[in-house]
Design a protein around this ligand. Structure first.
Ligand SMILES: [Zn+2]
Length: 401
C-alpha cells in the first residue's frame, strides 16, 4: 500500500551542508524520500497525509557511529528510546552475533519502534582492548574476518591500542601489529566491508593509517603526524570527544585509573580535532554510546558530541553534516542514508529547537517533536499525537535468544 506523507512548512536542513530552506516540503512515499523542495513548488499529493512543521526544523535523523549494542534484552529498550531522541541509525561496534539477530529483527519489522542497527563484529588480538573473536597473526585474522562476514557483519571492528577502560591497561599499549591490521583491512575489503578501529596513540595510529583502516575511532592522544596521515589517505576520523569531556570524567570519578588518563588526554584530543577540522579531515560522529547512566540519559551523548565538535571549531551545520551525511559515507551507506534527498530512506526528525543556534537544547528530550523512520511516524510528541495516529506499541520486550 502506498503510504505518503508530506512534511510541510518547516525549515529544512537536508544533511548535505546546503543552506537551510525556509518553508520547505518533504514528500515521503513507500518509506523513501520522493521529493524535497520549497512548499510553494511542491504541492502535496491529494492522498498524502500532511504534517505541519511550521516554526520547526526538519532534518535527517542522526547516525550514532560508535555504540555498544549487543542484542541482549536491554538493547531493544535502548534503541527505542534512542529513536525517540531523533537518532534513527545506531552503528554498534560490538554488536557481534547477538546484535546481528536484533538488526535483522528490526529490519524485518518483527521488532518495531527501534533505531536501525548496523552490526559491527569484533576481531582483535588475544588480550586486546576489545574482545569477541580473538585472532593472532595475519592468516588467523583473515579467517576470523571471513567468519564474521559469514555471520552477517555489516563491518569489522578491531583495536590497535589499549584504552582507558581496563584497570591493567593504558592507552599506549599496542594491540594489533601492522601486519595483522593490513591483513584484516585487506580481507574485510575483499568482502566489501568497512573496518573501524579503536586507537588512541602511536604506534597504533600510524599502523592503522598505513594499513588503510577506513575509520579511526577515538585518537585521544592523536598527534599531528596521524592527523595529516588520515587526511592524506582520505580516511574518516571519529574522535568520540565525549569520552574525554569533563562531563564524562566527572561521572567516572570513582574510577581513577580511567579519569587520570582521560584528564591528560583532554587537551591533546581537542587540539587534534581542531587541526583535523582545519586541514579538512572527514570528521564523523560517535560517542561510545550510551555511556554511563550516571551522567547520560539515552540519546544525550550523541547530541552532546555535536556540541563538543562545535567547540573544536566546526560550525553547527558542519557538526550536523558529520552526524548525518559523513557518518553514512563512512559506513558505505550514503546511497540510502544520511541526507534528505530523493531516493533515500525517509529517516527524518521535526524539532522545536534550533540546531544551528542552540545545540545544548537537544539535551532535553522535549526538543524532538516527531521522528519518522523508513517513512513511518515512530514517535510524536503530545502536540502531534493529537493529529497523528501512531501505530500500536509492540508488546513488552522479550529476550532475543
Ligand atoms: Zn567503544
Amino acid at each position: 500500500m502506498a503510504e505518503a506523507i508530506t512534511v510541510l512548512h518547516g525549515r529544512l536542513i537536508d544533511g548535505t551542508g546546503a543552506e537551510p530552506v525556509e518553508d520547505s516540503a518533504v514528500v515521503v512515499r513507500d518509506g523513501l524520500i520522493e521529493a524535497v523542495g520549497r512548499a510553494d513548488e511542491l504541492a502535496p499529493g491529494v492522498e498524502a497525509e500532511v504534517i505541519d512543521a511550521t516554526g520547526r526544523t526538519v532534518m535527517p535523523g542522526l547516525i550514532e557511529g560508535h555504540a555498544h549494542v549487543s542484542g541482549k534484552h536491554e538493547s531493544q529498550r535502548r534503541l527505542r528510546l534512542t529513536l525517540q531522541r531523533g537518532i534513527t541509525t545506531v552503528c554498534s561496534v560490538s554488536a557481534n552475533t547477538g546484535g546481528i539477530a536484533l538488526r535483522d529483527a528490526i529490519d524485518s519489522g518483527d521488532v518495531r519502534g527501534c533505531a536501525r542497527l548496523l552490526a559491527g563484529c569484533i576481531v582483535s588480538p588475544t588480550n586486546g582492548h576489545v574482545r569477541f573473536r580473538d585472532a593472532d597473526g595475519p592468516w588467523e585474522v583473515r579467517k576470523a574476518v571471513r567468519e564474521m562476514v559469514q555471520a552477517g557483519a555489516d563491518f569489522i571492528k578491531t583495536a590497535a591500542s589499549g584504552g582507558f577502560w581496563g584497570k591493567n591497561e593504558v592507552c599506549a599499549m599496542r594491540n594489533y601489529t601492522y601486519e595483522e591490521l593490513a591483513a584484516l583491512a585487506d580481507e574485510a575489503h575483499a568482502w566489501f566491508r568497512p573496518v573501524v578501529v579503536h586507537c588512541h596513540t602511536q604506534p597504533g595510529l600510524g599502523n592503522c593509517i598505513r594499513a588503510g583502516i577506513d575509520q579511526i575511532h577515538h585518537g585521544a592522544f592523536i598527534d599531528e603526524e596521524a592527523v595529516h596521515g588520515i587526511q592524506e589517505r582520505g580516511l574518516h576520523y571519529m574522535p568520540t570527544l565525549s569520552v574525554t569531556c569533563q562531563r564524562n570524567i566527572d561521572a567516572l570519578s570513582d574510577q581513577p585509573w580511567q579519569t587520570r588518563e582521560m584528564t591528560q588526554a583532554q587537551p591533546v584530543h581537542r587540539e587534534g580535532v581542531r587541526l583535523a577540522h582545519e586541514i579538512g579531515v572527514k570528521l564523523a560522529v560517535g560517542t561510545d554510546y550510551p555511556g554511563t547512566p550516571k551522567t547520560w540519559k539515552i540519546g544525550d551523548r550523541t547530541w552532546w558530541e555535536l556540541w563538543e565538535l562545535v567547540q573544536c571549531g566546526l560550525s553547527p551545520m558542519e557538526a550536523i553534516v558529520a552526524a548525518t551525511r559523513t557518518n553514512a559515507e563512512a559506513y558505505g551507506r550514503l546511497d540510502e542514508l544520511g541526507t534528505l534527498e530523493p531516493g533515500k530512506r525517509a529517516d527524518l526528525i521535526v524539532t522545536s529547537a534550533d540546531p544551528l543556534a542552540d545545540l545544548p537544547a537537544f539535551q532535553h528530550a522535549e526538543s524532538i517533536s516527531l521522528v519518522i523512520k523508513d517513512g513511518v511516524v515512530e514517535f510524536a510528541d503530545e502536540q502531534y499525537r493529537q493529529h497523528y495516529r501512531i501505530r500500536e506499541p509492540q508488546p513488552p520486550d522479550r529476550p532475543q535468544d
